[in-house]
Design a protein around this ligand. Structure first.
Ligand SMILES: [Zn+2]
Length: 353
């Protein structure tokens, strides 16, 4: 079997912000993923594919039926008799394997995403057996939703729910299964083809505007690197191997350090003032801003967040978050409350706040 060589993330010319966002989201799951906004051909998909080489290995099933301890934990019915036997003897049924990029197809149905009836079993044995879906395979991997703005909204909602809860539920007649589903979500979209609804967009953590590279020397460099990669991907990737391994180690260390990283109260307060100064209503803004700042401190091997972390992650966490609709809505609502309070005072003689 030939291995597919991905274009190394570090070989992307420019796009520093995209690289930073992907690394921060990989370090800290509470950042809630990344949304890449930009036209086609700016390396969004290449970057998502390249990211997996930087991430620590994850357990993968060594059984041809795909049995895993997380399934056995739900019910022994979900694993084959060989694996059940092995688990009883406390033997491993998984091995450490590189993380995978699971790509969500544009035409995915709900059954494709959460799982549905196994068509072969249904036909041959006329009984219902769950065939796992994309969320199952995305667990402990990276889920890439290209053109997320063109996907069915129910599907996007379902994926965002699973991403924020860390599990999803399959309900089919008598069968109810809760499956763990922790993954790094990367969405990409071309704003020219329509926006994602603000409510959905708000649930994705960092936002990167991926602009095409304009400088002639950079454009030429992109061409040169693409040509070298097409000619000989193995040698090309090998040229970035050392740097890639070094960054992968930094990410692994940062993940370990992250639980220890704290935010001094003065810095947290100025971060909140910053959000207010931008008139952002969404309460997710502070979570993303502070968690991304913690990830940056961890990446820098520091135990405390500094102002500079907030400054660097602010555009990633706050852009495209200000809602003019909510701003107007809240303003009108405050006005209305004043009017009601005035009425209450006038008619009932009671002063309210
Ligand atoms: Zn098995």
């Amino acid at each position: 079997m030939t291995e597919i060589i991905d274009y190394p993330l570090l070989a992307l010319v420019g796009q520093e912000e995209m690289k930073t966002a992907l690394v921060l989201a990989a370090i800290n799951p509470r950042v809630r993923g990344v949304l890449l906004l930009g036209p086609r051909g700016t390396g969004k998909t290449t970057a998502a594919r390249g990211l997996v080489d930087l991430l620590p290995p994850v357990p993968r099933s060594s059984c041809p039926h795909g049995c895993e301890p997380r399934l056995a934990a739900i019910s022994m019915e979900y694993v084959c008799s060989d694996c059940a036997e092995k688990l009883k003897k406390k033997e491993e049924i998984t091995y450490p394997a590189p993380m995978q990029l699971i790509e969500l197809p544009l035409n995915a149905s709900m059954d494709d995403v959460i799982g549905g009836p196994n068509p072969r079993i249904a036909l041959e044995q006329s009984r219902w057996q769950l065939q796992q879906g994309i969320l199952y395979y995305a667990h402990s991997n990276v889920l890439y939703a290209d053109e997320i703005n063109l996907l069915d909204e129910n599907i996007v909602n379902c994926i965002l729910d699973a991403a924020s809860r860390g599990y999803y539920v399959v309900r089919r007649g008598r069968l109810i299964g809760t499956f763990p589903s922790e993954f790094l979500l990367i969405g990409s979209m071309n704003p020219e083809e329509g926006m994602l609804r603000p409510q959905l967009m708000d649930r994705l953590g960092l936002r990167v505007v991926v602009a095409p590279v304009h400088a002639p020397e950079q454009r030429l460099e992109i061409y040169e690197r693409n040509r070298q990669f097409a000619d000989d991907p193995v040698t090309f990737a090998a040229g970035y191997a050392e740097e890639t391994i070094a960054l992968a180690n930094e990410i692994a260390q940062a993940k370990e350090l992250l639980p220890e990283v704290t935010i001094p109260s003065g810095i947290a307060e100025s971060a909140m003032r910053l959000i207010n100064s931008q008139r952002i209503q969404s309460q997710r803004a502070e979570i993303v801003l502070l968690e991304a700042a913690r990830a940056r401190a961890a990446a820098d091997a520091r135990m405390e967040v500094e102002d500079v972390d907030i400054a660097v992650v602010a555009p990633l966490a706050l852009r495209q978050r200000r809602s003019h609709f909510m701003e107007r809505f809240v303003k009108q609502s405050v006005k209305e409350d004043h009017r009601i309070a005035g009425g209450v005072k006038k008619v009932l003689g009671i002063e309210t706040k």
